[in-house]
Design a protein around this ligand. Structure first.
Ligand SMILES: Nc1nc2c(c(=O)[nH]1)N[C@H]1C(S)=C(S)[C@@H](COP(=O)(O)OP(=O)(O)OC[C@H]3O[C@@H](n4cnc5c(=O)[nH]c(N)nc54)[C@H](O)[C@@H]3O)O[C@H]1N2
Ligand SMILES: Nc1nc2c(c(=O)[nH]1)N[C@H]1C(S)=C(S)[C@@H](COP(=O)(O)OP(=O)(O)OC[C@H]3O[C@@H](n4cnc5c(=O)[nH]c(N)nc54)[C@H](O)[C@@H]3O)O[C@H]1N2
Ligand code: SF4
Ligand SMILES: [Mo]
Length: 743
């Protein structure tokens, strides 16, 4: 008997609604959910093969314990949690709280469990050694908006559906499906801009599929976006094109900015960026001339030496052209689960520093680029135990060769992960979360980045087996272990504590829909949902901007209403201006020229007037049928030709005596890897490109399909010593390398 169930795709940021056909407990077909008001039936090849991922025979179904000699062996949940409790307690007793580190990876941002419970775990551990994939990704954006708007979460997204001009840097949504900008069918939305007479410009060292779709593609030397953006700002000032519009009187630092950009003329940045002055002026004029325009930068602008500056300048341009917070410009989404009455304290960084290199904390995190040295360097505060949650830093972290060696030095490691892979093979305990068909979905992290206000909740299509915890419960139990409550404590106690705390704050907050009421009375209205995450989501939705406010607005949202009346999701309308709700700087104004950014911009001056350095630099790339390191075990996605090739321009290849298909050796300061060359004029001269997430040839893993398509790990040549200083973010783009033919 087959049946149909609906859920959001958890694989990338596009939030596509899926229609699953289930035969018993197995997913037999996946289609786009045509009734989803946001994705309208769109899905990509990865979503279409969710069934293959869901039913992957290599997926772990029970905890694994590592035993000397016999590798990883299955164990019961009680034994696994008891082992974690005993071993963690032992490490803390002997070495203190900071000896236990946590690393959280990308899939955790797509789950309910991660955003609701990981913070409680880190807090209960009381460790300063908290790392996430954010410092290999978007941390520069958090730092830039944190200083500009006061809130590191206030990331404006391009209003794709209404803009007339989109300037995109370092993003390739035709492969990635979009990032820090959730927009199912991103490609269709880009085509629509052109169809309504608008224009799209792409700035990228490669002529990508996205670039091919745009009106114009401009090659840029990797790592020089900040130079380009300063020259664009320069041109706006020089040609009197600055028009703040509704932002007039709401910004601070305009004159400081004008003075800063004065020295960055198009002529002076042309050499370093590889972009002609004429082209730069044209880009600035088009941006200023468009009725409604948005500048959007993504990972190419973040994972580079000037990541924070580039991220900042993207929004500087949005402000200078009056496009921030207006329809068709760059806007702040309004997620249904985030209360707007909460007063936020202005963003700061550096409340503590990493032990070895003294790198500043950002958002409570230390840079993943520092993880290996914090494990390997002896002394007080050294990391002795590691908890990984949905992360594969052995492949994904910069300088991963060094990190892999460091993982072998740990006294204890526990991983919450469905696979025995390059990272988790080092774990003493692996706690596998259930498959997607058994997992609920609500995009706590991503709904605040969507190009329409939209909300969807998907309960798990298939119930869990008796005695098997969901991921929320796994993380809650780890948090309770860390807090000293023990492996047997009821996970619901954690949720009840959070709810009590949130309600107490809500009733005390003027402007909240429940101001002045009694928390106990509100708690009663939430009833007794079976799962702790449902209790919390219900509370968050009720207190949120579309919520029923515990009776304040009977037509407002509750979890039950969302789940039962809107199983395909609910459209909450186009984005609306909401700067007043968002802005929380100490000055109450947009900080256009934060002093630390202006100081860091001095680093750029040294390059001015020069020509680009000789020698090759390495960048990454993504492929539609891949997803970081962990979807190479799905046969339907890895078939066909080798995708882990080193792309280089034919002119560089000729100079180096390298032919298409030749074996090459790639060497950087951090290490050496071997790859197969692919010559293509889609990469600019002086640039080579290799994707990340490969290198599945390690012993002791259980990834039978991926093992047969191993590829090489590019992060053995990226360099953990190179970081963006303001955010601590990894530098994956613009890594100096030499390339030689071998054999
Ligand atoms: N299919 C697929 N989708 C994914 C992922 C995946 O692995 N595969 N990963 C997901 C994740 S974790 C993320 S963060 C997002 C990322 O989403 P995107 O940011 O769209 O990622 P990419 O496709 O890597 O596009 C980055 C582009 O930046 C270019 N670039 C490199 N260096 C520079 C530079 O210095 N300046 C400029 N201007 N451009 C540069 C690259 O050539 C590349 O085309 O994708 C997500 N979606
Ligand atoms: N050179 C280079 N390196 C990069 C990048 C790059 O562009 N170039 N991109 C960087 C970026 S943007 C990112 S986000 C990072 C990603 O870095 P990571 O998050 O460390 O790596 P992933 O490959 O996403 O690994 C995801 C892990 O989560 C597990 N997993 C899958 N589903 C679930 C689940 O439901 N629950 C749990 N608990 N685990 C699950 C997988 O088995 C896998 O072990 O990589 C970064 N590394
Ligand atoms: S675009 Fe992303 S969310 Fe949509 S089906 Fe593909 S992987 Fe899933
Ligand atoms: Mo990412």
């Amino acid at each position: 008997m087959s049946r149909t169930a609906y859920r959001t795709c958890p694989l990338c940021e596009a939030l596509c609604g899926l229609e699953l056909t289930l035969d018993g407990d197995r997913v037999t077909r996946v289609r786009g959910d045509k009734a989803d008001p946001f994705s309208k039936g769109f899905l990509c090849p990865k979503g279409a093969t969710l069934g293959g991922l869901d039913g992957d025979p290599d997926r772990l179904t029970a905890p694994l314990l590592r035993s000397e000699g016999s590798g990883h062996v299955p164990a019961g949940w009680a034994e696994a949690f008891a082992t974690v409790e005993r071993r963690l307690r032992d490490v803390v007793r002997r070495h203190g709280k900071d000896a236990v580190a946590v690393y959280i990876g990308n899939p955790t941002a797509h789950s309910i469990a991660g955003p609701l419970y990981a913070g409680a775990l880190v807090k209960a551990l009381g460790t300063r050694n908290f790392y996430t994939a954010s410092t290999a990704d978007q941390m520069p954006k958090h730092v830039s908006v944190g200083h500009m708007f006061g809130d590191p979460g206030a990331i404006p997204v391009p209003d794709l559906d209404r803009t007339d001009h989109l300037l995109m840097l370092g993003a390739n949504p035709l492969e990635s499906n979009g990032s820090l900008c959730s927009a199912p069918d991103f490609a269709g939305r880009l085509r629509a801009i052109r169809a309504r007479g608008g224009t799209v410009t792409v700035v990228d060292p490669r002529r990508t599929r996205t670039a091919a779709l745009a009106d114009r593609h401009v090659f840029i030397r990797p790592g020089t976006d900040a130079h380009l953006l300063l020259a664009l700002a320069h041109t706006l000032f020089a040609e009197n094109l600055v028009t703040l519009g509704a932002l007039e009187g709401r910004v601070r630092g305009l004159e400081e900015l004008r003075a800063l950009v004065a020295g960055f003329t198009p002529e002076l940045v042309a050499g370093v960026t590889g972009i002609r002055p004429l082209e730069i002026r044209r880009m600035a004029r088009e941006l200023a001339g468009a009725e409604r325009a948005a500048v959007y930068g993504r990972i190419g602008t973040c994972t580079q030496a000037h990541g924070t500056l580039a991220s900042w300048l993207v929004d500087v341009l949005n402000v200078l052209t009056g496009n921030l917070d207006r329809p068709g410009g760059a806007m702040f989404p309004r997620p249904a689960h985030v209360a707007t009455y909460r007063r936020k304290t202005p963003f700061t960084t550096g409340r503590w520093r990493s032990r070895v290199r003294g790198l500043p904390e950002v958002k409570g995190e230390l840079p993943v680029a520092a993880l290996a040295e914090e494990i390997s360097t002896p002394g007080e505060g050294q990391i002795r135990a590691l908890i990984t949650i949905g992360g594969n830093p052995a492949l994904s972290a910069p300088g991963a060769g060094r990190l892999e060696r460091a993982l072998t030095e740990l006294e204890f490691m526990v991983s919450v992960d469905p696979y025995l892979n390059e990272t988790t093979r080092h774990a003493h305990v692996i706690l596998p979360p259930p498959r997607p068909a058994q997992t609920p979905h609500y995009d706590l992290s991503l709904l605040g980045l969507a190009v329409r206000n939209y909300v969807r909740y998907s309960p798990p299509p298939v119930p869990l087996e008796e005695g098997r915890p969901g991921e929320a419960e796994i993380l809650a139990r780890l948090a309770l272990i860390a807090s000293g409550a023990g492996a047997d404590a009821d996970p619901m106690t954690l949720d009840e504590a959070v709810v009590a705390d949130t309600l107490a704050k809500a009733v005390a907050a003027p402007g909240s829909p429940v101001y002045g009421r009694r928390p106990e009375e509100l708690r009663k209205q939430l009833g007794s949902p079976e799962r702790g995450y449902e209790l919390r989501l219900d509370m968050m939705l009720r207190l949120g901007p579309y919520g029923e406010g515990f009776g304040a607005d009977p037509n407002g949202l509750t979890l039950a209403k969302l789940r039962d009346e809107h199983p395909h999701g609910l459209d909450l309308g186009p984005l609306e201006p909401r700067l007043d709700e968002v802005l929380c700087t100490a000055s109450g104004l947009i900080e256009l020229c934060p002093p630390s950014f202006a100081a860091d911009a001095e680093r750029l001056r040294a390059d001015l007037g020069g020509s680009p350095p000789d020698g090759l630099v390495l960048i990454g790339r993504r492929h539609l049928r891949s997803n970081n390191s962990w979807m190479h075990n799905v046969p339907q996605l890895v078939g066909g030709s080798n995708r882990c090739t080193l792309q280089l321009n034919p002119s560089d290849a000729a100079r180096l005596g390298i032919g298409d298909g030749d074996a090459v050796r790639v060497t950087s300061r951090a290490g050496t890897i071997h790859a197969v060359a692919e010559t293509t004029d889609s990469v600019m001269t002086g640039v080579v490109s290799l994707p990340h997430g490969w290198g599945h040839d390690r012993p002791g893993t259980r990834l039978r399909v991926a093992g047969a398509h191993a590829g090489v790990n590019v992060n053995e040549v990226t360099d953990e010593r190179e970081i963006d200083p303001l955010s601590g973010n990894a530098v994956f783009n613009g890594v100096p390398v030499t390339v030689e033919r071998v054999g």
